[in-house]
Design a protein around this ligand. Sequence first.
Ligand code: FES
Length: 89
Amino acid sequence: MGKEYDKYCHFVFVCNGKDCCKSGAKDIQKQFSKELKEKGLKASARVIKTKCTGRCKEAPVAIVGQHWLTRVKENQIPAIVDGLVLQKA
Ligand code: FES
């Protein structure tokens, strides 16, 4: 990653491949951004779209830190941010 990413401490990668998009990846991405903003992490966390990560049968897929999250649902995102992002903030 380039220098423009140096200011971020946390990264959430959301697959935007075909199957994940069909399974709601765009909404997952928006919800992660909203949740990070609401928890005061907008300046230190970044949500990044990725191409297919190869786990299409488990769509939608996100990666937070070293954790692969599969079949992510919007209502899980507050707990994901609390558990995997805020605990390391
Ligand atoms: S489309 Fe997301 S894992 Fe393939």
